[in-house]
Design a protein. Structure first.
Lengths: 104, 104
DNA sequence: TATAGTACCTTGTTAAACAAGATACTGTGT
DNA sequence: ACACAGTATCTTGTTTAACAAGGTACTATA
């Protein structure tokens, strides 16, 4: 998997997951990596950035299956950021596909 | 335009242009930036990398409109790299769209 | 002569993904 | 009691590519 392709997109994918429901980090890693290979060393720092930027809030929740889980909840600011990023991704991927599809 | 989104993709876009015909750097910048904003400071180093990696060869050609143009020609190795990157992009963008489209 | 357009290049900065670790809790098998 | 797998968190240092902001130099027009 080309690591460079993921730059910036993983943030959108995480925000998109959180828009549907609160999630914890390990869960996010596992769900996304079914489709796109990612590592914990990528997601945990990303989640920290999202919190620093005010896009998410966090809370701890006990688990019977291991250590406590840190859940992430999308803030109003995070929803705005999600929608903005989603629009940018659509514009960008359309642009790429136009350029790739242009005939000689 | 989100700079992060472009990571790795610009290489594919340049290889894709060169697969159709030889081009010079300034031309590549102008054609791509109709659709996706890019700067010369990105493309010239990228072209240098492509040459270092053996994906392109170069030759100079006089111009009546300014200084000589450095044309880039895709090598066999470059064609292979193009096709590989194209496949990775298709897989990746499909994956992103699947994840973004998943229902709650 | 000076400005705009063409065409090349470089340096230093920034940002994000990653590998490779560390820590610690729960549950299962021996 | 002990080891191990699975769950769950985190950090440090490295790598890579895009970018801003410059510089150089040629042609053409005013």
């Amino acid at each position: 998997m080309n690591s460079q392709f993921k730059k910036g997109i993983l943030e959108l994918l995480v925000l998109n997951m959180l828009k549907k429901s609160d999630c914890y980090g390990y869960e996010i890693v596992n769900k996304i990596s079914i489709t796109i290979s990612i590592s914990e060393g990528t997601i945990y720092p990303l989640l920290r950035r999202l919190k620093t930027d005010g896009y998410v809030t966090t809370y701890l929740s006990e688990s019977t299956e291991g250590p406590p889980r840190k859940y992430y909840h999308l803030s109003d600011k995070g929803i705005i950021e999600h929608d903005k990023l989603k629009g940018e991704w659509d514009t960008f991927s359309d642009g790429v596909n136009i350029l790739l599809g242009e005939e000689l």
